[in-house]
Design a binder for this molecule. Structure first.
Ligand code: COA
Length: 388
């Protein structure tokens, strides 16, 4: 097995991008990543693309082939190009496939990308499309949506651990603060607890500002064997761990609906692979599709005890300047959540932080963790990256 490094990263701005097509988004992110690595397209050996549902969002399937074609690498080089789908964890899983390709010695230079164009359809279609990542026959048939499922988790959590509504709102306040310092973020304005509390109710107790938005965007990273990384960049970022775990697709089949066992397991495996302790991790990008999800993630990854994450957030421990900054990018909440691209954007953020290129949101980072969730936790992917 070979060691693997990230040698280039690129990301579009996130938001409602009327002027750009699905193809444009991918090509922009891919070109930025190749430029960052000082590579030409023909030097790439393989492509993986995280995408959840182009079939429903833009009516297009066969995304691996489409992307290779529009990257100019299909007819000229017949590059292997594969779509990876694991709902909102599609990006994290595409990165993992690229890492495994390089680690195994199968390929040398591999691009992992993620792309989603969600705003070409209305909110109702978006919400229904996303529901396809839950258990359609049971949860979907009964009328559950993702805001509804995470609201059930929040209600259970509040009842068991005494989380206050204000503590939940603090997650959104922190992530909007960070998003206001991120030039690619969908929402770049700071908010207050009052903004969250006065926003419209989506699924009790979750309000508009507890939810990640509907987003267009793409991100791409290039990985290579660590031993070759310095041919391309002065600041390679080493992949220290790549772990994946699964759980039941339906929330009602879980042992405990406010603990994501797949997060517990993927986090444990990742730390074991990297031979690291929690105290070694400087920053974490977690999958805050809803504010409650960030609190569960911090606990399930083992950074604090169950029931403590609300207090930890309130005390500023997870803020920029705190002991464990969480979601310096603004997270899914403020940076935006183009579902197939989110896992790659998390890697992009960690790489920027390790390289010292995160501008106004820079924190001292040698090692960072990325946590990407599909559905309510049926797929979880955790990566750990470190300075080299
Ligand atoms: N946070 C903050 N503001 C938001 C927002 C969010 N999540 N979503 C929309 N807005 C803002 C818009 O910018 C817009 O503001 P403006 O009037 O100043 O321009 C306003 O709210 C209305 O936007 P609109 O797009 O009409 O919202 P909507 O009511 O159609 O959709 C949600 C809101 C919460 C239903 C939708 O964002 C949603 O479904 N989010 C969850 C996505 C999801 O489930 N992802 C997968 C997770 S597993």
């Amino acid at each position: 097995m070979r060691d693997v490094a990230v040698i280039g990263v690129g990301c579009t701005t996130f938001g409602e991008k009327w002027g750009a097509s699905f193809r444009d988004l991918f090509v922009e992110a891919g070109a930025l990543a190749l430029d960052d690595a000082g590579l030409a397209g023909e030097q790439i050996d393989a492509l993986y693309v995280g995408n959840m549902s182009a079939g429903r969002f833009i009516g297009q399937e066969h995304i691996g082939a489409l992307i290779a074609d529009y990257a100019g690498l299909a007819a000229s080089h017949h590059i292997p190009s594969t779509r990876v789908e694991a709902a909102c964890a599609s990006g994290g899983l595409a990165f993992r496939q690229a890492v495994i390709d390089v680690m195994s010695g199968m390929e040398d230079i591999v691009v992992a990308a993620g792309v989603e164009k969600m705003t070409d359809v209305g909110t109702g279609t978006s919400v229904d499309t996303l529901t396809g990542a839950a258990d359609r026959e049971w949860e979907g048939f009964a009328g559950a949506t993702f805001p509804g499922l995470y609201a059930m988790m929040a209600t259970d959590y509040i009842n068991r651990y005494g989380l206050t509504r204000e503590q939940l709102a603090q997650v959104a306040v922190k992530n909007h603060y960070n998003g206001a310092r991120n030039p690619i973020a969908q929402f770049q304005q700071e908010i207050t607890v009052e903004t969250v509390m006065k926003s419209s109710l989506v699924a009790d107790p979750l309000r508009l500002f507890d939810c990640s938005p509907i987003t267009d965007g793409a991100a791409a990273v290039v990985v290579a064997p660590l031993e070759r990384a310095r041919e391309f960049t002065d600041c390679p970022v080493r992949v220290l761990a790549s772990a994946q775990a699964s759980d039941t697709i339906a929330l009602h089949d879980r042992r405990d609906i406010s603990t994501l066992d797949a997060t517990v397991e993927a986090g444990r495996r990742a730390l074991g692979q990297a031979r690291l302790q929690h105290r070694d991790i400087d920053i974490v990008e977690v999958h805050d599709c809803f504010t409650i999800a960030e609190l569960c993630a911090i606990e399930d990854l083992g950074f604090c005890a169950k029931g403590e994450a609300g207090r930890v957030t309130e005390e500023g421990i997870t803020a920029i300047g705190g002991r464990l900054p969480v979601n310096t990018s603004g997270g899914l909440k403020a940076c935006g959540h183009p579902v197939g691209a989110t896992g790659i954007k998390q890697i992009y953020e960690i790489v920027q932080q390790i390289r010292g290129e995160a501008g106004k949101r820079q924190v001292d980072t040698k090692i960072g963790m990325a946590h990407n969730v599909g559905g309510t936790g049926a797929t979880v992917v955790v990566h750990i990256l470190g300075a080299y």
